[in-house]
Design a protein around this ligand. Structure first.
Ligand code: FAD
Length: 526
């Protein structure tokens, strides 16, 4: 055992673990964070993958980070600086495009060009989604009450929840119920007629999920992506100066300022427990560190059935974790470019290159991309969410050069025959070929590419099956079911051992909410 004594050991240096560490250190606990990789942040890291070219290697845009965390930890003082991502461009197959811009009047004029009816509907839809996001917001900062429990705290929580839903009024409650149960395509069909608009909006409903836009449940994922806010503006997405790793660094800086110690290249091999009580951890090199509290920011499979011996846990929990669905469906392709892509639909280096570019020309296109994955193949023509961070933050690439981040769906973890180097290259080719249909100069300006399959995401970040959210954001594993019935309050059956990663309520994305809620439960219990 090392001689240094800590009150709390935090396993993993993902952003949720860092948030938990910061809150616990702020409350006066002596905290040690142990991260396996040389770099902090988990799926929120910036790395110089090719000399001079910096990438937000995995997650690339931010919106969901809870404002209360930004405030409590004073993150702007520690380096948080979100630059707005103001537009979305969807190139269409007929050479035209659909765009939304920072200026709402300009967006309205653009929508009118395609469908005056949709331009009207979009205003009401936007307002409703904002109300829905506000309706769900209190749930994001609530420890899920267990509906099967008669404990006073659970009954109080359920009552609070019931009152909250009643306060929404009938119309909003019905809309929320629809969002919880419908497919994003069906939901959007109720509002809009222009297919590329429905496709582009529905894309938020498939991100990170093994669902197509016509699969029931995808409307909830759509709502999840509406829940973010930047400086009070709902639905706003932005780009962190220096990449998403700088968000993790800002949280780490806050944790250090409160007195936490952070070690990298310190992989935890086992969580040590005796008589159903945690004792500390053992590192991969054999070092053992003692502490009365250990909190894991890893996903539930790793936290419960890999760091612990499953025989130390109740059988129904082990079974619950076995059933918990990961099945990653996303890949990431990072491109180093010698110049800017020239889109046929909107030539030149205009403002559209400072926002998101969505390869989602129709609902059928997205559904066919899903069909490939359903039968165990990567999409030959995938959905892609593209940003060019160096347009917003020139420090990401050498002068005159650019970095392009391409989030790709679908790349199933369980690929027919498994992922091989050849299949990774074929997947990368499918991405570049599809993009080049809309920006024909792409191949001539391509200097380097990094292709990440779900198997690579798992290998590098530790996210099981490469699921970007530490487990699917599906109704059957949300709220009091995340990650397993009766174990959704961050504690585990091993006293003193807690979970704080995205595999707990309220789930994935750079949000920090799980880390904050876990810390508050730990502090409340001691
Ligand atoms: C390709 C991709 C794109 C995404 N895009 C976005 C996006 O644009 N916007 C957004 O909001 N979200 C996005 N996400 C989701 C978001 O990044 C994640 O949900 C979130 O970062 C998860 O954070 P976490 O702290 O819960 O866990 P993780 O980030 O999974 O952190 C876990 C940490 O634990 C470490 N670890 C693992 N095993 C051990 C061990 N044995 N010992 C010590 N340390 C260990 C890992 O190295 C890692 O640092 C994306 C994710 C991916 C993969």
């Amino acid at each position: 055992m090392t001689r240094e004594r800590y009150d709390v050991l935090v396993v993993g240096g993902g952003h949720n673990a860092l948030v938990a560490a910061a809150y616990l250190a702020r409350a006066g606990r002596k905290v040690l964070v142990l991260e396996r990789r040389p770099v902090l942040g988990g799926a929120a890291v910036t790395e110089e993958v090719f000399p001079g070219f910096k990438f937000s290697v995995f997650s690339y845009v931010v919106s969901l980070l809870r404002p209360e965390i930004v405030r409590d930890l004073d993150l702007p003082r520690h380096g948080l600086q979100i630059l707005p991502l103001e537009s979305t461009l969807t190139p269409l197959d007929d050479g035209d495009y659909l765009a939304s811009w920072a200026d709402p009047d300009e967006t309205r004029r653009e929508m009118c060009r395609h469908s005056p009816r949709d331009a009207e509907a979009a205003i009401v839809f936007g307002r409703l989604m904002q109300h829905m996001a506000m309706a769900v917001k209190p749930i994001l900062s609530m420890v899920p009450p267990d509906p099967a429990s008669l404990a006073p705290s659970d009954l109080r929580g359920l009552l609070k929840l019931g009152r909250h839903f009643r306060s929404l009024g009938a119309e909003r409650f019905h809309a929320l119920h629809k969002l919880m149960t419908m497919s994003s395509a069906d939901y959007l069909d109720e509002w809009f007629e222009f297919d590329p608009l429905k496709a582009t909006k529905s894309a938020s409903g498939i991100i990170g999920t093994f669902l197509g836009p016509r699969s029931p449940g995808s409307a909830y994922v759509l709502l999840h992506h509406y829940m973010g806010e930047i400086d009070g503006a709902f639905r706003a997405w932005g780009f962190q100066k220096g990449g998403t790793g700088a968000i993790s660094e800002s949280i780490a800086n806050a944790a250090r300022a409160f007195g936490a110690t952070i070690r990298t290249e310190a992989a935890v091999e086992r969580v040590l427990a005796r008589d159903e009580r945690v004792r500390g951890v053992a590192l991969a090199g054999g070092e053992e560190i003692e502490a009365p509290v250990v909190v894991s920011g890893l996903d539930p499979r790793r936290s419960l059935t890999q760091l612990l011996d499953p025989r130390e846990l109740p059988g129904d929990l082990v079974e619950g974790i076995r059933r918990y669905k990961f099945r990653g469906s996303s890949g990431k392709v990072n491109l180093a470019l010698d110049g800017l892509p020239d889109f046929t639909c909107l030539p030149g280096a205009g403002p559209h290159l400072r926002g998101a570019i969505s390869i989602s020309p129709s609902l059928d296109y997205l559904e066919r991309a899903y069909d490939d994955a359903k039968y165990g193949e990567f999409s030959r023509q995938p959905y892609m969410d593209v940003v060019i961070p160096s347009m917003i933050d020139p420090g990401m690439a050498p002068p005159g050069k650019h970095v392009m981040s391409v989030f790709v769906q679908y790349a199933p973890y369980h690929l027919n025959g498994g992922w091989t180097d050849a299949k990774r290259e074929a997947f990368g080719d499918a991405v570049v070929d599809t993009l080049a249909r809309y920006a024909p100069n792409l191949k001539s300006i391509l200097l380097h590419r990094q292709v990440l399959t779900p198997a690579d995401i798992e290998r590098i970040t530790g996210l099981s099956e490469g699921n970007i959210f530490q487990g699917e954001l599906a109704l059957h594993q949300l709220f009091f079911l995340r990650p397993a019935p009766a174990w959704a309050k961050y504690r585990t059956p091993i006293r003193g051992y807690w979970q704080c990663g995205s595999g707990t309520h309220p789930g994935g994305g750079i949000m920090g909410a799980s880390g904050r809620l876990a810390a508050s439960e730990i502090l409340r219990s001691s």
